[in-house]
Design a protein around this ligand. Structure first.
Ligand SMILES: CC(=O)SCCNC(=O)CCNC(=O)[C@H](O)C(C)(C)COP(=O)(O)OP(=O)(O)OC[C@H]1O[C@@H](n2cnc3c(N)ncnc32)[C@H](O)[C@@H]1OP(=O)(O)O
Ligand SMILES: O=C([O-])CC(=O)C(=O)O
Length: 373
């Protein structure tokens, strides 16, 4: 109605120099670098540095950055106590949201929004969120947390904290690529949530806590879990095409397909699918081949029937499953990466802040009086 842009579709809400989604050249750039190049040639730590500092690091800068991350590691005894009280059947996104909120209230500098203060808290969350997610994974399975080790790089350390060992290089590479691809994506719903919260001059932990709540939804980050539930429901490659045709006939949304900005394919999907395929070949089990084949059939059928392409959540979901993560851990793993983009946007918002407060188009009853006298 009128000038309302429902879902803010097509609205330019602010400027950003962090990333650019470029459907016209089927790419996405972080600080000007093509995400495909970053995925192929850089480790996630370098990408995190780039997102925050606008340039790729020299070796000396990277060493300093990694040392700063390692220094911020470690969860407090109080946070472990709180985590032990969580409802064991709660979704890990709910417990992660609460844990990040807890990090905020225990930080004496929460309200320091100087550039240095914001960067320190961003690095603190980048260091501690993987620990929270890994500890959650183990506690859910009746096992004690495994502390981080300073000898391993970011992705290897995450596997170590989850499983007590590091898998084959192709598996680690696939995970590291997923971290790079998930790190940042302009004004998606969770990032916009983070910026909106920051715009009232609230603190960065509040922004991230709100962003976690937004990412959880199945139309956004929660889709990587929904994809895997869908694959399990259909069960086999033989059933995949029929399942999808039935779903489309009954107007069901197919999880992991479609995107608000990309209309002819998500630029991150080829890099993620390539890494997923290499991992399938190395693992080589019937189960790995089965899910790969199901994905191939679903992709082919959806494009042929509706002209709708997979988004990053489509290959990422089964890739995480194959790495050994249970389904409710997939969206928290997305957070391990997206903390970089969210916090970069909070810093950008606060560097030149204007309160985010759009108008609404009122469609309720016309003005009226109470006539009690
Ligand atoms: C990391 C990420 O967050 S990526 C996104 C992850 N989310 C998903 O995978 C959930 C499934 N996908 C969707 O729900 C949607 O594609 C969204 C939410 C991502 C984008 O939604 P919008 O930009 O609002 O697109 P919209 O819903 O208007 O879709 C346009 C048309 O394509 C159809 N469509 C879009 N996605 C799908 C889908 N996954 N399955 C079936 N039909 C779809 C819509 O029904 C609509 O059809 P219509 O014009 O006949 O009504
Ligand atoms: O951009 C979006 O709307 C959703 C998305 O792909 C992301 O956040 O990575």
């Amino acid at each position: 109605m009128g000038n309302v842009k429902y879902g803010l579709a097509g609205v330019l809400a602010d400027d950003t120099a962090i990333s650019k989604v470029m459907p016209e050249i089927n790419s996405l750039t972080y600080r000007g670098y093509m995400v495909q190049d970053l995925a192929a040639q850089c480790r996630f730590e370098e990408v995190a540095y780039l997102i925050w500092n606008a340039e790729l690091p020299t070796q000396a800068q990277l060493d300093e950055f990694n040392a700063a991350e390692k220094k911020e590691r470690g969860l407090s005894a109080d946070l472990y106590k709180v985590m032990a009280l969580f409802n064991p059947s709660a979704h890990p996104m709910d417990t992660l949201r609460t844990a990040i909120s807890f990090l905020g209230q225990e930080d004496e500098t929460t309200d320091d929004s100087s550039p240095e203060g914001l960067m320190r808290k961003s690095i603190r969350m980048y260091a501690t969120i993987p620990e929270i997610v890994a500890a959650t994974f183990r506690l859910r399975n009746g096992k004690g947390p495994i502390p981080a080790t300073k000898d391993l790089a970011f992705s290897e350390n995450f596997f170590h904290m989850c499983f007590g060992k590091v898998p084959a290089p192709e598996v680690v590479k696939c995970f590291d690529i997923s971290m790079t691809l998930y790190a940042e994506h302009s004004f998606n719903a969770s990032t916009f949530t983070a910026r909106t919260i920051a715009s009232s001059m609230s603190d960065i932990y509040s922004s991230v806590t709100g962003a976690v709540g937004s990412l959880k939804g199945p139309l956004h980050g929660g889709a990587n879990e929904a994809v895997m539930h869908m694959l399990k429901e259909m069960g086999s490659p033989e059933a995949a095409k029929e399942w999808m045709l039935d779903a489309l006939a009954t107007k069901k949304k197919i999880m992991g397909f479609g995107h608000r900005v990309y209309r002819s394919g998500d630029s991150r999907v080829p890099a993620m699918t390539g890494a997923y395929k290499k991992m399938v070949d190395v693992i080589g089990t019937d189960e790995a081949k089965k899910y790969w084949e199901m994905c191939r059939i679903l992709d082919e059928t959806m494009v042929a029937e509706k002209g709708i392409y997979p988004n990053l959540d489509f290959p990422a979901g089964p890739a995480y499953y194959l790495m050994g993560f249970e389904i409710p851990m997939f969206t928290p793993i997305f957070v391990v990466s997206r903390i970089t983009g969210w916090t970069a946007h909070v810093m950008e918002q606060l560097a030149d802040n204007k309160l985010i407060r759009p108008l609404s188009n009122y469609v309720g009853v016309a003005p009226r009086h109470i006539n009690r006298v």
